[in-house]
Ligand binder design. Sequence first.
Ligand code: NAX
Length: 328
Amino acid sequence: MADPRIVTVTGAAGHIGYALLFRIASGQLFGPDVPVKLNLLEIPQAVHAAEGTAMELDDCAFPLLSGIDIFDDAAKAFSGTNVAYLVGARPRTKGMERADLLEANAGIFGPQGAAINAGAADDVRVLVVGNPANTNAVIAQNAAPDVPADRFTSMMRLDHNRAISQLAHKTGAAVSDIKNVVVWGNHSADQYPDVSYATVAGRPAADLVDDAWLSEEFRPTVAKRGAAIIAARGASSAASAANAAIDHMHSWIHGTPEGEWVTAGVYSDGSHYGVPAGLSFGFPVTSADGEYHVVDGLEISDATRAGIDHNIEALREEYDAVKALGFI
Ligand code: NAX
């Protein structure tokens, strides 16, 4: 059997952590022949709760789980890490300004990026889930100058999956018949879910749905789905977020099918669709040979252009705020 892959999950005692760890340990990320070692990172107050999760992982007797360690020290938690899920973040609390939120999260994602830089494996892949995910990914990436910038990604896959599902419901098609939706930009209400290139059982989605549905139902439903889940469950998306986190990393490691793309928040090098360098932006991406590649050359309508530009503006404001605070 291969050597164990080391997966570090921050915020391991939280809701998403609870939904994510068991799926990784059961082999859904690397496949049925690859053992996994889990490193759980938590703040000191939550270490005991993480121990409870580790006890349950033990009780599953997963054949592929070679060990679990729990840390409250990022340097130790990221030592030798192949896959890093940065889930734990500082939530926005009442009265908190955006700058306060960015500053609090920079205090988490900066040191974690530095710890990844210092000790992670050469092939480390990072997915930032904790919000504001795109800008937290930028902060972590800037703190890791020796790691290739494109190893830092942010999670847009839940938005992508939500878009697929809404289009499937509307057209009566199976989810598996929907290809090539994309959610441009930011994992926030600013995002631009787009079916311009999507197909439904091989037919252009644009022939099956009208503009009124797209602007009045589809885009707001996808963009505000997180809030709708909170209103219904009384808690934020956890299992669907963990599922998307598995999907994102699975596509990255194992590739995407020929002719199909997914959405990922990836490092912008400034050469795609006018998105400035340095942002972590939701793009259509394919994956091959262990790397994500932005799908280039798509024809961009005026509406999509406006959607992309709106997201550039939103993410650039966050970027500038973090820069002004001295974190990047
Ligand atoms: P929880 O509050 O249940 O768990 C967060 C955990 O992170 C807690 O156990 C906390 O102790 C831990 N934590 C806080 N600071 C830490 C640090 N410095 N190091 C290690 N652990 C730390 O939140 P949960 O529901 O699990 O959500 C986690 C994050 O995912 C939130 O920021 C949330 O907004 C974000 N989400 C992102 C999504 C995306 O698509 N990008 C979708 C789902 C989710 O809303």
